[in-house]
Design a protein around this ligand. Structure first.
Ligand code: SAM
Length: 849
């Protein structure tokens, strides 16, 4: 049984609101499986846990929550509102003193474990030790409430037969890797403790795997390391809620601020991260029926029989992101591209790297390859940023991609069809749940593929039917017809020979999710590439539109989230943060991390300002760098004038009046920012500041407070993810008692996440402010012609899918998406970039070496 509950210990929460009937017992067997992951808003009280909060509060010597009770829902143990909660309320505070960290490890064990044993394994060992002590453990009331293996569906628990259901997805291989790495960790620990075998007793691999999975699905990462946060870790996730767990270093506690109102009896939820189903399944053991963060990774080889294969590989390696090793240290010989959903009507299209690959793939002579290299050199060093000047070749390249994706769609369709929901008797309930998870996963990936196919069809159709100037290709018309098969493709595009071998396509390719392997890096065509950032190899980012409250330390904190995990230890790759006034340069060790950061942070709210993150167009000038891009002024549309607050020019070029001797903080003359005693001026920017805060958000934020406070990262899960960003960007919140929070504003993210109905409308959120040149030119949601004031290259560079950030939650959830049958996208002639390529759902750091 999935949610092992003792019905006798469950009582309905008696409130005036009618409670949704949920039957914890055999719940999954009695409901339509497709609804399994639907948020269950109402819960049963869990009498088993009546004494839990009093125990924890006594241990903490402090009130932890007066508005939450422990109950059961379809998601297992849950927290729900015991009284009305309003957005902005602090709903719980768990002091650090009652959190479990690797520091709780017995000293005699700690001293035996070497560096090769990371925090996750250490925390798992803490759990195992407490389990061994049993009822005498000081943590017994908590440890005994943790889910048992039989209640967990993390993919590491899946049998080989079960895993076969998702073989098409890269999470299959990730799970295999995770299993073998957990085994290795287990052996390493056993080895380290071999002289004192009684310490852990007869610890089994299964026990260790269970403990690791518990840590992976419920520990938070924070500045003080990994923490299990009792009580807070009873909060479930629905893919929509924005509230997160915050850490207050001053007060030494972790808190959650409600991002919306809750009525008594409603389940209170938080966000774990913007994880695709693959991550949710691997690390948390559940999936969402519709996950807006899903993505697909397509791998394929250059065909071995292609005589130009080596040259093509060289070319790709030279002009794309350097190769990465996979989690096991293998260098992949496959090309790998992450595709996210291409917004049906306004999407930015497919990743530039994938399209570049297709163009390289379709080259038939060395001269063509050489031309591509030269073109890259003339642009920003990246390959095939523009459509090929030869229309037919451009069509051919994209038709190849279309065919590839069409074939994948067929394969996915077939697999999903075979995954019919099983008639779930208690005997096969586990299989039923996992089958449904597999369906959720594959359906999400299929959805992404279909959107890519739709986009490709439109692109090819547009090329076929319109006058062609490679400098002037609008976004393609997008058809609403999602059905795709190879026959159709052939009918529409007769030039395609759908036999793969005739296409020069690999005879076999695989599709997977999340691995971010790229191309091999060999040397080819020694053309000097004036890459936009030669010296930094694509690892230096410009960060613009910073709030006056944001400091270098904050940026370091936020951007460090994009360093990658190396083994059990975190090895952040931010090399340097070069802070200017309202912008900064952040340098990564690895361009892939820089890419990730762009993808995840561009247009994010940091301290109330939607920051711009994009590749720096040049290195620093002199010591400490320069505040501008090689003297070209702010990056088009991205800089903000300190004087007038409008984007697109520097203060010194501002026509709105004198900018000198003016404080950038408060806007007054006569002193400079450093000496300013006033509160930050209200910058006159349209979009970011145009939202009218609700009355309850009126309280001004304490500057020092917000600075010292950091979002705790969520579990490893969260450590790896960009999600961390939000956690890390400081909370503007005062974390006083829950009562005092009433009427106070939710954290900055929360603010943005609890938009007024108006703000939620796609138009308002998505449409550019007339004053925001960048948005007008670069946004996915711009209806205006491309590149009004920006160079096409800039268009391509700044391609983080900022449009996504502005989508309404409903739209993001796909509920309001209705692709118009014919839509002109006004696409820039420059391809979309590889925002898609960011591995949002990277493999669990727990298991990453
Ligand atoms: C941080 S714990 C939350 C408390 C947990 N329900 C419990 O029983 O202790 C995370 C786990 O809750 C469960 N969970 C959270 N959100 C869920 C959802 N939307 N659907 C199904 N299970 C969910 C998953 O088992 C996940 O690994």
């Amino acid at each position: 049984m999935l949610w092992a509950t003792r019905i006798s210990n469950i009582r309905l929460y008696q409130y005036h609101r009618p409670l949704l009937f949920t039957a914890p017992h055999n719940f999954r067997t009695k409901l339509n499986l497709s609804s399994l992951s639907q948020p269950q808003r109402y819960c049963y009280l869990d009498e088993d846990c009546d004494d839990f909060l009093p125990w924890l509060e006594q241990k903490a010597g402090a009130k932890i929550s007066s508005v939450l009770s422990i109950g059961k829902s379809a998601f297992g143990r849950s927290l729900f509102a015991s009284k009305s909660i309003q957005s902005g309320d602090c709903i719980l505070k768990v002091p650090y003193s009652v959190q479990i960290t690797p520091d709780n490890l017995l000293p005699e064990i700690k001293s035996l474990l070497g560096d090769e044993v990371g925090n996750i394994a250490k925390l798992a060992i803490v759990i195992l030790c407490e389990q061994k002590i049993g009822r005498k453990s000081e943590w017994a009331p908590y440890i005994s409430r943790l889910p048992q293996p039989g209640e967990m569906h993390n993919m590491i628990f899946w049998s080989q037969d079960e895993l076969e259901m998702i073989r098409q997805s890269s999470v299959y291989h990730e799970t295999i890797n995770q299993k073998s790495q957990t085994e290795n960790d287990f052996l390493a620990i056993k080895h380290a403790l071999r002289h004192d075998p009684e310490i852990l007793g007869d610890i089994t691999y299964e026990g260790f795997m269970h403990a690791c999975s518990l840590v992976g699905s419920r520990a938070w990462g924070s500045t003080k390391g990994l923490s299990l946060i009792p009580f807070a870790d009873f909060l479930n996730h629905d893919g929509v809620t924005e509230a997160i767990v915050l850490s207050d270093e001053d007060k030494q506690d972790s808190e959650v601020i409600a991002d919306r109102d809750y009525g008594p009896g409603e389940q209170v939820l938080i966000r774990y991260g913007k994880f695709p189903n693959a991550t949710l399944m691997l690390d948390f053991g559940f999936s969402l029926p519709y996950n807006i963060h899903d993505q697909v990774q397509v791998h394929f080889n250059l065909p071995h029989h292609d005589l130009l294969r080596e040259m093509k590989i060289d070319l790709l390696q030279r002009h794309c992101t350097p190769p990465i090793k996979d989690v096991n240290g293998f260098k992949s010989s496959l090309e790998s591209f992450t595709i996210k959903e291409v917004a049906s009507a306004k999407g930015r299209g497919l990743p530039q790297s994938l399209r570049a690959f297709a163009r390289v793939l379709s080259c038939t002579t060395p001269e063509e390859l050489s031309d591509l290299a030269k073109e890259a050199a003339q642009n920003d060093g990246r390959l095939a940023r523009r459509p090929l000047s030869n229309r037919n070749k451009e069509i051919r390249a994209h038709e190849k991609l279309l065919l590839l994706i069409t074939q994948l769609i067929e394969e996915y369709n077939a697999t999903i069809k075979s995954l019919v929901p099983v008639n779930s008797t208690p005997m096969c309930e586990r299989l039923a749940v996992r089958r449904q998870m597999a369906r959720d996963l594959l359906s999400g990936e299929l959805r992404i593929l279909k959107s890519a196919s739709m986009w490709l069809k439109s692109y090819c159709t547009t090329l076929t039917t319109t006058a062609y100037h490679c400098e002037d290709i609008d976004k393609p018309t997008v058809h609403s017809d999602l059905s795709t098969d190879t026959t159709q493709v052939q009918r529409s595009f007769p030039s395609i020979n759908t036999r793969r071998e005739n296409l020069g396509l690999p005879l076999s390719f695989s599709l997977s999710v999340r691995n971010k392997s790229r191309v091999l890096s060999l040397r080819f065509l020694q053309v000097k590439m004036p890459r936009y950032d030669d010296r930094y190899g694509g690892s230096r980012l410009y960060v613009g539109r910073l709030s006056s409250r944001t400091r270098s330390r904050d940026l370091d904190d936020i951007f460090s989230r994009y360093g990658r995990f190396l083994g059990f230890c975190l090895t952040w790759r931010v090399r340097d943060v070069d802070m200017k006034r309202d912008f900064a340069f952040v340098e990564f060790s690895d361009p892939r991390d820089a890419e990730d950061a762009i993808y995840n942070l561009n247009n994010r709210d940091v301290d109330g300002s939607r920051i711009i993150v994009e590749f720096a167009k040049g290195g620093p000038r002199g010591p400490g760098g320069s505040r501008e891009y090689l003297g070209r002024g702010p990056p088009p549309g991205s800089g903000r004038c300190f004087n007038c607050g409008i984007d697109g020019h520097w203060a010194r070029d501002c026509k709105a009046g004198d900018w000198k001797n003016k404080c950038y903080r408060c806007g007054e003359r006569g002193h400079i920012e450093r000496n300013c005693k006033n509160s930050p001026k209200k910058l006159r920017r349209g979009r970011s500041y145009s939202r009218s805060p609700s009355p309850r958000r009126g309280r001004s934020r304490s500057r020092s407070y917000s600075r010292d406070r950091s979002y705790s990262r969520s579990p490893l899960k969260r450590e790896r993810s960009l999600e961390q960003v939000e956690r890390r960007s400081r909370s503007p919140h005062d974390s006083r008692s829950p009562k005092r929070h009433r009427g106070s504003p939710p954290p900055s993210k929360g603010r943005k996440r609890s938009p007024t109905p108006d703000e939620r409308s796609p138009r308002k959120r998505g449409s550019p402010s007339p004053r925001d040149g960048r948005q007008a030119n670069g946004s996915d949601y711009s209806g205006s012609p491309r590149g009004k004031s920006k160079s096409p290259i800039d268009d391509a560079d700044g391609e983080s899918p900022r449009g996504r950030s502005y989508r309404s939650p409903a739209e993001e959830n796909g509920r309001s998406r209705s692709p118009s049958p014919i839509h002109r996208d006004n696409r820039s002639p420059i391809d979309d970039d590889d925002n898609h390529g960011s591995p949002r759902g990277r493999r669990s750091p727990i298991y990453r070496r």
